[in-house]
Structures are given as structure tokens and as C-alpha cells.
Design a protein around this ligand. Structure first.
Ligand SMILES: [Zn+2]
Length: 249
């Protein structure tokens, strides 16, 4: 896919001051964070709705064969929860016979509607954070595909519960690494909702993740980072204390 330019380094992100729109644009270019990732493709709703073989061709990946996996639960590729319903990660076999991941994100992702919302009601600030969460979630699956952890590329079997738990974990790890506490709490809320779902494919992964010790670790980080002391420590470390003072005066 040509030579990749190294993305510019960023200032440390501060929620409420910096825009998730910029963060999303930044991470969309970071195809380098997953080994052998063919690309991150943002496609129109129409293209996103195509069957997988046609979707792959539509973004110019002729010569790549999409792989289809069997799971212990019904694994319809676009039915795994409100966040994943707007993106997908697929495994492709390239001309050399290697299995490589690709990520697709649907353009114009709006906020996940709350029950009391009117249809079509959107919140731009939430839309940006949801787009980023969708991207991280699918990059988590791409990482899994690349490492062949919960996807068996020979038997074409996926351990769906483990794969979803892995993607949830990946999102939270990214939020922690890049200091996106609000984004993480938004995601954890979503996972808790999924854990109550009647759709097996959605529920089992969420349950597995929430029962893991890792989700406790993320909550502890969240608590620390959202405390007054934790936030001040973060500001000092990121060298943006002056900026905060200027905006507050
Ligand atoms: Zn998923």
C-alpha cells in the first residue's frame, strides 16, 4: 500500500479541551500499530452494507480472499453490539497465502441512541468519541487476527467470547495508554449494557471481559485518573498546566 508516513507526534490529549475528531483522524492513519494490517478503510453506508467479498473489492483489495469463521454462537459479522455494528475487522488471505487483517469503519457514525431519544437525533461530540471507540474495537479484532489468538485460520473457527473479550480489553488498554478516561468510562458502560443483552454473541464476550481481573485494573485506573489529585498529576506530567490556568482565568 505504498510507503507509510510516520504520523506527527501529538500534544497530550485533555478531554473537554481537545477534540476527539482530531484524535479519530490521527488513529485512522495509525495502521502501523497492528502487524500486517492491510489498511483502515472508512466507507459509505452503502459500501459498508455490501457482502464481504464485494466490500473487499470496493476498496481495491482485489486478490485478497476474505475468510469466514464458524463460532460457538451465531457470528453474523455485523451484529455484535451497538459499537461494533458500525465497523468490522476481517481476515483476508493474500496472494502469498498469509492471513492479514483489514478494518472497515462506516462513515457518518452517529451516537448510539438512548431509549428516550428521537430517531435521528445526534450529538456531534458523542459521535466523534463513538467513532474512535469503534475504530479501537475493530483494531482489537485486527490485532487478534494478526496474532491468530482466538481465530484459528486453518480450521476457520473463532472463539467468539474470547475474541470479543480481547477486543474490549484492547479498547481499554488504548484508553489507558493514551489517557482517555471519559472515553473508557463510556466504553465500560457500553460493555455493561452488552452483558445484559439477550443476544448470545454480544453477552458472552462482555461477561467474560467484566469477570476478568483486567476490567478491575481499568476501573482502578479510571478512578485514580478522574480524582482531583490524579488529574493534576496528569496535567503536570503532560506539561499543560499553563494552558489550563489560562483557560480558567
Ligand atoms: Zn467485536
Amino acid at each position: 500500500m505504498g510507503k507509510k508516513k510516520k504520523p506527527k507526534p501529538r500534544k497530550t490529549f485533555i478531554e473537554g479541551m481537545d477534540s476527539y475528531c482530531d484524535e479519530y483522524k490521527y488513529w485512522k492513519k495509525r495502521t502501523d500499530i497492528i502487524k500486517r494490517l492491510v489498511g483502515i478503510f472508512e466507507v459509505s453506508e452503502e459500501v459498508f452494507g455490501l457482502e464481504l467479498k464485494k466490500l473487499v473489492v470496493a476498496v481495491g483489495l482485489d486478490g485478497y480472499q476474505p475468510l469466514f469463521y464458524n463460532a460457538e454462537h451465531d457470528n453474523t459479522i455485523r451484529s455484535d453490539g451497538p459499537i461494533s455494528g458500525t465497523g468490522c475487522a476481517v481476515a483476508l488471505r493474500n496472494v502469498y497465502g498469509n492471513v492479514v487483517p483489514a478494518v472497515f469503519v462506516r462513515e457518518g457514525v452517529a451516537s448510539v441512541g438512548e431509549a428516550d431519544e428521537q430517531p435521528g437525533e445526534t450529538h456531534p461530540q458523542f459521535a466523534d468519541s463513538i467513532r474512535l471507540l469503534v475504530l479501537f474495537h475493530e483494531l482489537g479484532h485486527a490485532d487478534d487476527i494478526s496474532k491468530g489468538l482466538n481465530y484459528d485460520h486453518d480450521k476457520l473457527i473463532i472463539d467468539l467470547a474470547a475474541a470479543e473479550a480481547y477486543a474490549h480489553d484492547f479498547v481499554c488498554r488504548q484508553c489507558m495508554k493514551n489517557s482517555y478516561p471519559l472515553l473508557m468510562s463510556q466504553y465500560l458502560e457500553n460493555v455493561e449494557r452488552m452483558a445484559k443483552s439477550t443476544v448470545d454473541a454480544e453477552r458472552v464476550g462482555a461477561e467474560r471481559f467484566l469477570q476478568s481481573g483486567d476490567s478491575d485494573r481499568f476501573r482502578e485506573w479510571l478512578k485514580e485518573r478522574q480524582s482531583k489529585e490524579g488529574f493534576e498529576r496528569f496535567l503536570r506530567q503532560s506539561g499543560r498546566v499553563d494552558e489550563i490556568q489560562r483557560r480558567n482565568s
